[in-house]
Design a binder for this molecule. Structure first.
Ligand SMILES: NC(=O)c1ccc[n+]([C@@H]2O[C@H](COP(=O)([O-])OP(=O)(O)OC[C@H]3O[C@@H](n4cnc5c(N)ncnc54)[C@H](O)[C@@H]3O)[C@@H](O)[C@H]2O)c1
Length: 439
């Protein structure tokens, strides 16, 4: 058997194109695989009983569903921790009324992680703890927001899955994230972060093309236009709660940019925004009442950023809150000498447009029935079980340390755009003053 820790990806594992990757042919949809082998119980603890864990009509995410398919009858959810106990009880009831009852019939609901620790029996000891609570409760060393530290303390050696972003908190606390990453690394804890786009077959095919042709990435260009009409969570529109659309949502594409471009020269990040109070920033189909959010906390409608990678390559990202309806419009391009790799519609039906030397036409590859949410869970379970003989087989593509760097990067974009706005407002005020003085 191979050592699972040797298969955990490391953020320090070489340059951009040498980052951990998986052969795309190994990324198999849920209905094409059988449950992982074995007969012993596989205990899991869920933290958070919300959409990411149990699904919603907002998107395809639903970790419980993927774990049920991966582990079959071995899955035992020993605890569901959520201060909203009614929500937890209601989702458990639905599970117990269905054919997956064996995983949930003994699940106990707790308001807090401490309650679980105090009341658990040795047979409840989890193999994996899945963190799907809101990011404001994690990624920090402050009591109440330090769930990772609590897990490391009470369950050393237990694998962790944590959703993106690793935190939403003040910029000064980013260092806490790096401290937590160090503790996770030093304790050899298996830990995967939910940047599931890395597990897309299309993304892994892009990696393969780069690796096989020994390409050096020259530029990444990312564009993420969300369908704002479908976003009805008031917190999302409030910078004090979600920390804004780059940190909360654009983070997926910032992470992809880093996955292909490598580390970012944070000091080089520049950005501009179109704000809610500018004429072009007016939206007609918001489903929340923005007047209830204090003006200084309202989110930008457009954020456009550019930066240098440490490699010298140049990256750009535009996040746009403009579309109505339900589907997002997202594209991600990578350029290298002779090559253009363009990923379109990664959330709904990923399509990869490949242009290579020797042919000005693009080759189009469509990826029907790909399920990156399943692949990220499947890889984590395989590594936790250490079942694969082949060291290349399973990989964690997003480590905690790597995800902290993405978080730091998204904060840098937000800060740069706010700085540009202050500069512009100052210039406008000065020019108005000058005009008044002249007249
Ligand atoms: N990877 C993806 O595509 C994706 C998609 C959706 C959500 N997410 C992420 O998942 C996380 C949760 O999002 P969601 O949509 O499920 O939110 P949600 O609001 O639907 O659910 C969060 C749940 O956590 C509970 N909670 C609050 N404080 C808690 C605490 N201290 N401990 C335990 N539970 C607590 C809430 O009561 C709620 O039931 C966020 O980080 C979000 O960004 C990722």
């Amino acid at each position: 058997m191979s050592n699972p820790s040797s298969r955990r990806a490391s953020h320090s594992s070489g340059g951009p194109s040498r980052r951990p990757s998986i052969d795309p042919s190994r990324l198999v949809p849920m209905d094409k695989v059988t449950h992982v082998g074995g007969t012993d119980n596989f205990n899991v603890v869920f933290i958070g009983a919300g959409n990411i864990m149990f699904g919603s009509d907002e998107g395809p995410w639903n970790h419980s569903f993927r774990l049920e398919h991966k582990l079959g009858r071995r899955l035992k959810v020993v605890a569901l921790i959520d201060p909203a106990t009614e929500r937890a009880i209601s989702v458990l009831k639905m599970k117990c009324d269905s054919f997956v009852v064996s995983a949930y019939q003994d699940t106990r609901v707790f308001k807090t992680f401490d309650d679980f620790v105090r009341n658990m029996t040795p047979k409840d000891r989890p193999r994996i703890i899945v963190i799907g609570s809101p990011p404001m409760f994690r990624g920090s060393t402050q009591p109440g927001r330090d769930i990772e530290l609590q897990i490391l303390k009470h369950f050393p050696g237990v694998a962790i899955f944590v959703e993106k972003p690793i935190a939403t908190g003040p910029q000064e606390e980013i260092d806490d994230g790096f401290k937590i990453a160090k503790m996770i690394d030093e304790s050899n804890t298996i830990c995967s972060v939910g940047y599931m786009l890395r597990y897309l077959k299309a993304v892994q095919m892009m990696k393969k093309i780069i690796d096989e042709n020994q390409l050096t990435v020259m530029s990444t260009i990312a564009r993420y236009a969300c369908a704002y009409e479908a976003i009805s969570k008031p917190d999302w529109w409030d910078k004090a709660k979600s920390y804004g659309p780059i940190i909360e949502q654009g983070t997926h594409f910032c992470d992809l940019s880093r996955y292909f471009g490598g580390e970012i020269d944070i000091a080089s990040v520049q950005a501009h925004s179109l704000e809610w109070d500018e004429n072009a920033g007016r939206l007609s189909k918001m489903t929340i009442d923005e007047s209830e959010i204090p003006p200084e906390r309202r989110i930008p409608r457009v954020t456009a950023a550019t930066w240098k990678y440490d490699s010298g390559a140049v990256g750009s990202f535009t996040h746009i809150v403009a579309l109505q309806g339900r589907n997002y419009s997202c594209e991600f391009e990578v350029y290298a000498d002779g090559y253009q790799l363009k990923l379109v519609n990664p959330y709904v039906l990923p399509v990869l447009y490949i242009r290579k030397p020797g042919d000005d036409n693009e080759t189009v590859v469509r990826f029907a029935d790909d399920d990156p949410f399943f692949s990220e869970i499947s890889n984590l379970i395989d590594i936790t079980e250490d079942i694969e003989e082949d060291p290349e087989a399973s990989q964690i593509l997003s480590t905690y340390a790597d995800a902290v760097r993405t978080y730091e990067f998204t904060w840098a974009i937000r800060k740069a755009s706010e700085k540009s706005r202050v500069t512009k407002l100052k210039a406008s005020t000065e020019s108005a003053r000058a005009q008044k003085a002249e007249s």
